[in-house]
Design a protein around this ligand. Structure first.
Ligand SMILES: C[S@@+](CC[C@H](N)C(=O)[O-])C[C@H]1O[C@@H](n2cnc3c(N)ncnc32)[C@H](O)[C@@H]1O
Length: 361
């Protein structure tokens, strides 16, 4: 049986949905650890549909390549082929541990749509030899005392599960963004639903402004994390000065368009505007997600950009499976042309990866 593909849902919601009936142990203190782990395991396996089905193998899903092939095309090691219950248990355990790791964190980032868990997973991946190097930025976002659990010394201990799934999409985007930015100067980068991702800090320069958009409370927390990272890695001070953070509810079509208009004023006159969408659209209603992409293209063009590229690792609104023709049809409806050579479906909720350019580009 296939894992149901959830649209407009979240990684967290899916993982939770997989185990939603699990009876979570409530009092760890008085129970021996083995009993807690056995309880968690039993709860997970009984609540999951097909708990023993291998995650990453989708023989009944037309067009979905093997996860090993996707990883190879992105240049990273593939996630482990293990039963679904292993992934679900790892996910649930991480969701419990991460808030504890921020208990005394003055920045107090919340886990909005799992963005906090994602930055931990990116830090873990960045600290592993088989992961995706990110210049130590994700790790620099994390609290001093607790981040040692994903430090380079301990990172190798974690099996390649969720962090490797995220490493695939990050690796894809990293290459795609670099290629698009080499098109024609001056360039600029706009990241929609940036969360606690550190990509802008790697790409921003005095001559390449970057704008990040996310919910206002997330933007506030991000500022705190960036301030911490620049204290630890002074080389980030300069790129950080070229990044503008804008808070907006991107589900609201009018607010999203206004935020994008503002974003373009911060960019100035860029010939190439690269828009990044990484695991955001899965949280937006179909109509909002569609209009968001349309607005991004139109506002960039209205500001004078001759080349507009959208690099995505997300779920394209209304595209249920992974057929390229469906992705092309959706993208063309918002004024974008898919570069067929870049189309890379991958397992997981953010299952559509590719680069699309505005028609005139
Ligand atoms: C899974 S996180 C991904 C973050 C980042 N793109 C990454 O891959 O590290 C999803 C992000 O979408 C943002 N988001 C969800 N709904 C949103 C909305 N209505 N408006 C703005 N941002 C939203 C969340 O705040 C969160 O930061």
């Amino acid at each position: 049986m296939e894992t149901p593909v959830a649209s407009n849902s979240s990684l967290g919601q899916l993982a939770d949905a997989d185990v939603e009936n699990a009876a979570a142990p409530t009092r760890y203190g008085s129970m021996p650890m083995a009993a807690v782990l056995t309880g968690l395991l039993m709860a997970t396996t009984t609540a999951l549909k097909n708990p023993w089905r291998m995650r990453g193998a989708y023989p009944n899903r037309p067009g979905m390549p093997a996860v090993q092939a996707v990883a190879a095309s992105c240049g990273v090691a593939p996630p482990l082929m293990t039963p679904k219950w292993v992934w679900a248990t790892a996910w649930r355990s991480s969701k419990r541990v991460i808030p504890l790791c921020h208990r005394w964190d003055p920045v107090a980032p919340a886990d909005t749509c799992v963005n906090l868990l994602v930055v931990w997973l990116k830090a873990l991946s960045g600290n592993r030899r088989d992961g995706l190097a990110d210049g130590g930025i994700s790790y620099a976002f994390l609290p001093s005392v607790t981040r040692w659990i994903v430090s380079p010394v301990l990172a190798w201990l974690y099996p390649r599960l969720h962090h490797q799934n995220i490493a695939m999409r990050s690796a894809f985007l990293e290459r795609a963004v670099a290629a698009e930015l080499s098109t024609s100067e001056p360039t600029a980068l706009v990241t929609l639903g940036a969360g606690f991702d550190g990509r802008s800090l790697r790409f921003a320069t005095k001559h390449r402004p970057c704008v990040e958009l996310d919910l206002p409370q997330v933007i506030e927390q991000k500022r705190g994390l960036v301030a911490r990272a620049t204290r630890r890695l002074p080389q980030l001070v300069e790129p950080a000065a070229s990044i503008t953070y804008l808070g907006a509810n991107l589900s609201d079509v009018t607010e999203a368009r206004a935020a994008l208009k503002t974003a373009m004023t911060h960019i100035g006159r860029a010939d190439t505007v690269v828009v990044i969408c990484e695991a955001l659209l899965i949280y937006l209603p179909t109509h909002s997600a569609t209009e968001l992409l349309r607005s991004a293209v139109e506002e960039a063009q209205a500001a004078g950009a001759r080349h507009v590229s959208v690099c995505f690792a997300d779920a394209l609104p209304g595209v249920k499976g992974v057929a390229r023709a469906d992705a092309e049809a959706f993208l063309s409806s918002v004024g974008l042309v898919l570069d067929a050579a870049t189309w890379t479906p991958k397992p997981g909720l953010a299952r559509h990866m590719g680069v699309a350019r505005a028609g005139s580009s």
